[in-house]
Structure formats: structure tokens, C-alpha cells
Design a protein. Structure first.
Lengths: 339, 259
């Protein structure tokens, strides 16, 4: 029969063993991204390329992976000393490991065994080589798109906001403007392209108008509905505090409607991306949308993918920027849409 | 002293959506003296909040007229501060800017800046200048809303069940706070409540209202010395008198047996 002390001892060694396994698991966990990237490097180095793959000037994918291994290796090592790194890695190491795994698999499919037609599904090396070798031209395209988007968005947002405020506060403005908003608003801005392209002097002004139109509708609708939804009690309280009509509009109605306004701006921004791309693919002779369309016609699909990646990154950053501004303006509010 | 309210045979009717008429007030006559603390009490639907809104100038009476210091009330004014049951602080402004709202709206902020600090201190929120309303507890938010109304130095403070949403302890503290502010500022106070104890504890006069037809049933002068004890015999006698008028006294039963 086992003594009590013995069984307690057994218990303790058992707990220690469990602790050891947990520790080992934690160490493995922080190194997961680096391990996954290393695996991708091994596959890239030791499996032969398919003959259908045309070699690029440099092995860009290998470079990217090497940088990833170094960065995530350092981060993993640093996580034993830095609390913030540890928290960040515990949260996201699995995600990055899977990202590298997906890149690895797509590399195998497109470069090693060429399972898909190489012309439409180029290897990662090809896409990266476009980004690294053609970046100056891509940036000029992005710049001209950005100019168009910025002008259109700012005009549309301003006019939309003013329209919304007028409809929200002024009965006669609502009487005349509401039908206009309701009839013109739901038409996709891109449907106006045939008319707009012939009635504006330049394609730039035409596209600016289209983007502004796309932003105007959601901004106007959300602003006016935001103002109409402000609790009447806020206006009553402010009037017993001595606020006049204009003070109420600017200091009560508009601040209270800001959450709705940002919702409208968010919808407007998504609509503006759509309109920008369509306008550039149909009429405008520069910009990133035009680039993609042009490269598609040249059957240069690596360039198409490079353009798409650039668009994704840019639009992600723009929407993040909008949400940062919103968080700053609406500090008083407890979370709405999370981004 | 200023802040005398005269309600001259006021009738207020509302039209419902189906076109039928509802009489919220039928011929209310009342004079509230300057510096007096008056409570309106009555079951819900007796028009006490309607009367308060008329005094505030948010609604206009169907018949009759209400006067403040002899001048007819036609629109809301900072002279008649209003505090709702729900604090209704502007959620996009922090406490300091909520309290200073009235001064800024009237364009006297630069001259009377110190008032804001004084009133925030008066309600004991000096540690919460930069907190937003959603970060405050119910009692704190209600105190901030009191400060916001008081900063304009209103002649009359209208309180629409200001303590109705608070828990019992916060409520009793706030009652003392209200009394302190009233004694300090000498403002006319008109409060709507459905708490008989609160009405007796605070007021010089309790106006009992009855529904259908909505009118003033009776006015009861509370002549107890302050500070008042809630368990005082006179207090309790007044309490049961008001409850009797309101028909809430309940039946008195003969006990089945005596010990």
C-alpha cells in the first residue's frame, strides 16, 4: 500500500511534468511563425521548379521569407524578456504561422507543380518581382488615383454633410431635397458614366464628379437620419439653458449625429473605391485601376496581382485612417463598429 | 427676491392620433412664491409633468397663461432651469463642458468662467472635470445635471422627478444636497415627485393632484422645522394624510387577537 507522502510526491512530479510540457508548448508557440517560414524556405530550396515557370531576376520570395525568419526569430527570442512582445506573439503567432503556410502552399501550386495555368496564376516570385522592379511606376499610378479619390471624397463628403444637415433641420429643405436624394441616391454612381464622360470637359473632372456622387448619397442620408434621431429632450434641455436655434444646430444636433455621420462616411468611402476602380477601368487613362485593366489586356497577370495587392494595402490604410479619426472625434462614445 | 410663478386658470389639451381630445390639465390656479420649495405629487397621468413643462415654456397652454414675476411665459428661458429624471447630460461633452454649456450658449462664458468651477464644487464633482457622462454613476450624473442648470442662476429651478431613478441611499443624500443648494441660493424650487416622503421632507408646500379630471386636489402647507426627521410623529401624520387624499392609505384591519 502506498503511503500518503508517496502519493503526494507522485502528485508533485506529475504537476512538474505538466508544467514542463506547458513550458515547452509555450516556447514552440512563440517560434511558430519562424518555423513555418523556415519550412517554406526548405520547400523553396529543395523542391525543383516546374519547367513551365520562367525564372525571375532574383529569388524575391526567398528574400521575403528570410527577412520573415529573422524578424520573427528575433521577436520570439525577445518575447522572453519583453512583456509586450510576449503578449503580441501569444495573440498573433498562430495567425502569422498560417499566413506563411498558405504562402508556402501557393508557392508549391504555382511554381513547383504548376497545378494552375501559369499565365493566369503566376508564382509569388513573379508578383514580388513586379512590386520590387516596377514600384516607381506603380506609385505614380497610385498617386494619380489618390488625387482623384481625395478630391472626389472630400467634395462628396462636404456636400453630403451640408445636404444632410439642411434636410435634418429645415422643413422646406427636406421637402425639396428629400425626393431628389431618394430618386438619385440609389442609382449606382457608375451608371452615370456614359452621360458624365461626355458632359465634363476632362476625364478627371468627370471621375471626380462620379466619386463625389457616390460619397454624397450615403453621407447625406446618414447625416439627416442621425439628426432626426437625436432625442428631443437634448434640444429641450439646451433651450432651457439659453441656447438659440443656431447654437442648438451646431452644438447639440450635429455632435449628437456624429456617430451616424461616420457611418455614412464609411459607406461613402467603400462606394468611392468601387466608383474609382470602375471609372478608371472604363474611361480614365491613368491610375491603379487603369493599370490593372491595361496589364490584363497585355496578359501580364503578375502585374495585375501586384496592382491588387497595392489596392488592398492602400484601401485598408485609408479605412483605418477614417476609423482613427472617428475614434478621436467620438471618444465619448462606447464602441460602435470595430475595425 | 425674484422667481414668483403665477399659474392663471390653465387648461391643457392634447390631441391624440385618432383625433380624440385628452385633457391633461383642467383649470389649474396656483401661485408659487419667490424662494418657495413646492412639490407636485400625484399618481402618474395626473398632469404634474405637463404643468412643469408649461412653466418651463416647452409647451404652451391651451387656455390661460402662466406668469413669472408678472411677465407671461411664452418660450423656454435660462431663467427657468429644468432637470429631468434622466440626467440628459450631453454625452459628447465632458462634465466641465456640460456644466459650462449654458454660459457658452448665452455668450457670457468668458466673464463668468469661475461660476463653472464653483458649481462643480458645489455638487462635489471636482475630481471628475474631464470624465464623460457614461463614466459617471447615476447619482453623480444627476448632480452634474443640477450644476448645469444652476450655473445660469435661474430664478426658478424645475425638477421633474429628479431623484426617481436613484437608489434609496443616494436618493436621501441627494435630498439633503438639494436642500443645501436651495438654502444657499434661495432659488424657487418646483419639484414633481411621486414619493410622499420626499415631498414632505423637502417642501414648504405639497400640491396634491388628481387625475381625470386633472386638477389640483389640495395644497398642504408643511410647517415642520428643518432639518426634518423622517420618523417624527408630525411627519408621519402628514404622510398618512396625503396618502389618504391620494387613496393609497389602505384599509385598517382589526387585529384577530391581542397579546
Amino acid at each position: 500500500m502506498k503511503s500518503i507522502a508517496e502519493s503526494i510526491g507522485n502528485e508533485q512530479t506529475h504537476i512538474q511534468a505538466v508544467e514542463k510540457i506547458k513550458n515547452a508548448g509555450r516556447i514552440c508557440h512563440v517560434f511558430l511563425p519562424a518555423i513555418s517560414a523556415l519550412l517554406a524556405i526548405a520547400v523553396e530550396l529543395f523542391i525543383h521548379d516546374s519547367g513551365r515557370h520562367a525564372a525571375t531576376k532574383h529569388p524575391y520570395f526567398l528574400y521575403v521569407l528570410a527577412i520573415a525568419v529573422i524578424c520573427f526569430g528575433i521577436a520570439a527570442a525577445g518575447s522572453f524578456f519583453c512583456k509586450r512582445l510576449q503578449v503580441w506573439l501569444a495573440e498573433s503567432s498562430l495567425f502569422f504561422a498560417v499566413v506563411f503556410l498558405v504562402l508556402n502552399v501557393s508557392n508549391v501550386i504555382t511554381k513547383k507543380i504548376t497545378l494552375l495555368p501559369v499565365i493566369f496564376f503566376p508564382s509569388l516570385d513573379k508578383i514580388l518581382s513586379v512590386l520590387f522592379e516596377d514600384w516607381l511606376f506603380l506609385l505614380t499610378c497610385l498617386g494619380s488615383s489618390g488625387k482623384l479619390l481625395f478630391t472626389g471624397f472630400v467634395c462628396g463628403a462636404l456636400v453630403g454633410f451640408i445636404t444632410g444637415v439642411a434636410v435634418g433641420f429645415c422643413r422646406s429643405a427636406a421637402y425639396w431635397i428629400n425626393p431628389l436624394v431618394r430618386i438619385l441616391g440609389p442609382i449606382p454612381a457608375t451608371a452615370w458614366i456614359p452621360i458624365v464622360l461626355v458632359s465634363f470637359p476632362t476625364t478627371f473632372s468627370a471621375s471626380t464628379f462620379l466619386i463625389a456622387l457616390a460619397v454624397w448619397f450615403p453621407t447625406a442620408v446618414m447625416t439627416s437620419s442621425g439628426i432626426l434621431n437625436v432625442q428631443n429632450a437634448y434640444f429641450e434641455v439646451s433651450s432651457t439653458l439659453g441656447a438659440g436655434r443656431f447654437y442648438q444646430i451646431f452644438k447639440v444636433g450635429i455632435p449628437a449625429a456624429m456617430p451616424h455621420v461616420f457611418l455614412g462616411l464609411f459607406n461613402g468611402m467603400c462606394a468611392s473605391f468601387l466608383t474609382l476602380m470602375t471609372a478608371e477601368m472604363l474611361g480614365v487613362k491613368n491610375g491603379i485601376g487603369w493599370y490593372i485593366n491595361w496589364q490584363k489586356d497585355m496578359m501580364a497577370y503578375a502585374n495585375v496581382y501586384a496592382g491588387l495587392i497595392l489596392i488592398a494595402v492602400t484601401f485598408y490604410m485609408l479605412i483605418t485612417l477614417l476609423f482613427r479619426v472617428r475614434d478621436h472625434v467620438l471618444v465619448w462614445q462606447k464602441g460602435v463598429i470595430k475595425w | 427676491m425674484v422667481g414668483e410663478i403665477k399659474v392663471g386658470s390653465v387648461v391643457k389639451q392634447f390631441f391624440q392620433q385618432d383625433g380624440s381630445e385628452v385633457t391633461a390639465l383642467s383649470g389649474v390656479e396656483l401661485t408659487i412664491h419667490a424662494g418657495e420649495f413646492v412639490s407636485f405629487i400625484g399618481p402618474s397621468g395626473c398632469g404634474k409633468s405637463t404643468l412643469l413643462r408649461l412653466i418651463a415654456g416647452l409647451d404652451a397652454p391651451t387656455e390661460g397663461q402662466i406668469y413669472i414675476d408678472g411677465a407671461a411665459i411664452t418660450s423656454p428661458s435660462y431663467e427657468r432651469g429644468l432637470v429631468f429624471q434622466n440626467p440628459m447630460l450631453f454625452p459628447w461633452l465632458d462634465i466641465y463642458h456640460n456644466v459650462s454649456f449654458g454660459l457658452k450658449a448665452r455668450g457670457v462664458y468668458t466673464e463668468q468662467k469661475e461660476e463653472v468651477d464653483a458649481f462643480i464644487r458645489l455638487v462635489g464633482l471636482e475630481d471628475f472635470y474631464h470624465s464623460y457622462p457614461h463614466q459617471l454613476s447615476g447619482g453623480m450624473a444627476q448632480r452634474a445635471s443640477l450644476a448645469r442648470a444652476l450655473v445660469n442662476h435661474p430664478k426658478v429651478l424645475l425638477l421633474d422627478e429628479p431623484l426617481g431613478a436613484l437608489d434609496a441611499f443616494t436618493r436621501m443624500n441627494m435630498q439633503d444636497e438639494l436642500l443645501r443648494i436651495w438654502q444657499e441660493r434661495q432659488t424657487t424650487m418646483i419639484m414633481v415627485t411621486h414619493d410622499v416622503d420626499e415631498a414632505i421632507y423637502l417642501s414648504d408646500r405639497v400640491v396634491v393632484m388628481t387625475p381625470r379630471p386633472a386638477k389640483i386636489e389640495t395644497c398642504i402647507q408643511v410647517e415642520l422645522p428643518r432639518p426634518r426627521a423622517r420618523s417624527n410623529t408630525d411627519f408621519l401624520r402628514l404622510r398618512s394624510k396625503i396618502l389618504e387624499i391620494l387613496n393609497f392609505a389602505g384599509k385598517t384591519y382589526e387585529p384577530d387577537y391581542y397579546l
